[in-house]
Design a protein around this ligand. Structure first.
Ligand code: NOJ
Length: 543
């Protein structure tokens, strides 16, 4: 068999550039800010950076509405900065992975500017236009950001489709020129030296709006295979780069189609099954439900064991999700312990771990008191819609505090100076008020910190074939507080035991330990047969 791809041993760090580091005092993070922090990322030990979109954009959805795929957003810098970032990161052994939004563009993209001009414009068919039906929207399709997915355009008297904001018109992938255009975008970035792509809502490319189909349309996989041939593998390097598809609806069968190496589509997918366990089933992200630990264990077990035609992307956080320590941990009394426990639980598994900026210092959710402090289009649209339905401000804010995307988007907390060291100007979104106690500088100085724990986890994984490749087996499946599993590779075995809750637990595991690899409490030696787990205690040991 060919050599294992680099990304199977990698840990990938996601940067949301707007909130990472501002180098010029305009309150918005930028590429030079990322360059400044490369030493930090190298010290942490990550192998690649997934860079959320940095292309030209009017920022209706913070860069996920792209108006020019081969130029850099003014606030973020220039193409020279981007080239420098790619080169300097590579010098430190860090690959750059670009975020590609292929389902839609900005309404300011030249294709759409042309498309909306007239029904016979050559670009008309690049997007999805339909006549009104009885003076209304063509059908009931809804936008992820509230309201209808159809927007009426006065100019030509037709509706266009937008599964996201009305400033993010959906592309028509039936159109060959769209497909070729996007393959060219891939080539452009490969030529500049990037090592992969994160593919935004890739599952939507095969949409059939007239049949109410969004995700997983009939031609989806044909389009991705074509993108592989004409884009990812256009220079014969398809096997060397990494591609990760964002696939909200993927179950194991669907995920396998994308990632079965024989199919030549993608390297990995982000699936979100574990990430929807704290919502009322079928009611969407805003309807909150308590997490049941057994359900979480079942989901992980399923993906760890049954997903044998693919490789897992392991993640808790990203720019669309709340902070994991606030969500499944305890961001008050046991913030440090629970952040470490969650890290250990995930990084002990099989797959490629992703760390979202700030997760490595246990950054928490934020709770702004007024809606005007929030910047995310999804939050704002949902708030207005629910207020109009008569739901109280307090009730809506409760969901926003728990699930709103701005939880992940407050500026990175570098130190305890003004604005957490993120900017010398006024930040585009407020800094979390807890920055003086939660920041990188402090965590570097304190060897017991969440940050050092992440760094150690990365190092341990890198040197341990059993963590990289070992088979997963669940333990204590019915226990309501403890999440435990083993990993086995040849004659090596590793045990991970995590107390998921704020309680003490006496447990008995009939095994001998050889060595404690890492733990979030003082645990030089442990007796597994007489283990007294403290709140959120987590241990990884060789057995
Ligand atoms: C998924 C991205 O992660 C999210 O931030 C964005 O709003 C939507 N796709 C639309 O591009």
């Amino acid at each position: 068999m060919a050599q294992e791809p680099w990304w199977k041993k990698a840990v990938i760090y996601q940067i949301y550039p707007r909130s990472f580091m501002d180098s010029n005092g305009d309150g918005i993070g930028d590429l030079r800010g990322v360059i400044e922090k490369l030493d930090y990322l190298s010290w942490l030990g990550v192998d690649a950076i997934w860079l959320s979109p940095v292309y030209k954009s009017p920022n209706d959805d913070n860069g996920y509405d792209i108006s020019d795929y081969t130029n850099i957003m003014d606030e973020f810098g220039t193409m020279e900065d981007m080239d420098e970032l790619i080169v300097k990161a590579e010098e430190k052994g860090i690959h750059i992975i670009m975020d590609m939004v292929f389902n839609h563009t900005s309404d300011e993209h030249q294709w759409f500017v042309e498309s909306r001009k007239s029904k016979d414009n050559p670009y008309r068919d690049y997007y999805i236009w339909r006549d009104p039906v009885d003076g209304h929207e063509p059908n009931e399709l809804g936008s992820v950001f509230s309201g209808s997915a159809w927007e009426f355009d006065e100019e030509t008297g037709q509706y266009f489709l937008h599964f996201y904001s009305k400033r993010q018109p959906d592309l028509n992938w039936e159109n060959e020129n769209v497909r070729k255009g996007m393959a060219d975008v891939v080539k452009f970035w490969l030529d500049r030296g990037v090592y992969g792509f994160r593919l935004d809502v890739i599952e939507m490319l095969g949409k059939v709006p007239d049949e109410m189909i969004g995700a997983n349309g009939p031609k989806l996989h044909d389009y991705i295979k074509e993108l592989y041939e004409d884009g990812f593998n256009s220079t014969g390097k398809g096997e060397e780069i990494v591609t990760i598809g964002e696939c909200w609806s993927a179950d194991i069968d669907i995920a396998s189609k994308y990632t079965n190496p024989e199919n030549k589509e993608l390297s990995m997918v982000f699936q979100f099954e574990h990430s929807s366990l704290d919502e009322v089933p079928g009611k969407g992200k805003w309807e909150l439900a308590p997490l049941k630990l057994q359900a979480l264990k079942d989901v992980f077990e399923k993906w760890q064991i049954r997903y044998d035609k693919g490789w897992n992307a392991l993640f808790w956080d990203n720019h669309d999700l709340p902070r994991i320590v606030s969500r499944f941990g305890n961001d008050k009394e046991y913030r440090v312990e629970s952040a470490k426990m969650l890290a250990l639980l995930l990084h002990g598994m099989k797959g490629t771990p992703f760390i979202f900026q700030g997760e490595e210092i246990g950054m928490t959710n934020v709770a702004f008191d007024t809606i005007d402090k929030y910047k995310d289009i999804e939050i704002i649209n949902m708030y207005n819609e629910k207020i109009n339905q008569g739901i109280s401000h307090e009730k809506i804010m409760e969901s926003i505090y728990a699930k709103g995307r701005d939880n992940a988007r407050t500026p990175m907390q570098w130190d305890n100076s003004n604005n957490a060291g993120f900017t010398t100007g006024t930040p585009w979104i407020d800094v979390n008020t807890n920055f003086s106690s939660i920041n990188v500088k402090k965590d570097i100085e304190e060897t017991n910190s969440v940050l050092h724990f992440y760094r150690n986890l990365i190092r341990i994984r890198k040197n341990d074939v059993c963590i990289q490749k070992g088979n997963y087996q669940s333990m204590m499946k019915d226990d309501e507080d403890v999440f435990a599993y083993t990993r086995t590779f040849e004659d090596m075995k590793i045990l991970v035991v995590c107390n998921f809750h704020n309680c003490t637990k006496d447990i008995n595991i009939n095994m001998d330990t050889k060595e404690v690899l890492i733990s979030n409490y003082d645990n030089e030696k442990i007796d597994l047969r007489n283990l007294k787990l403290r709140p959120y205690e987590a241990i990884m040991c060789r057995i």
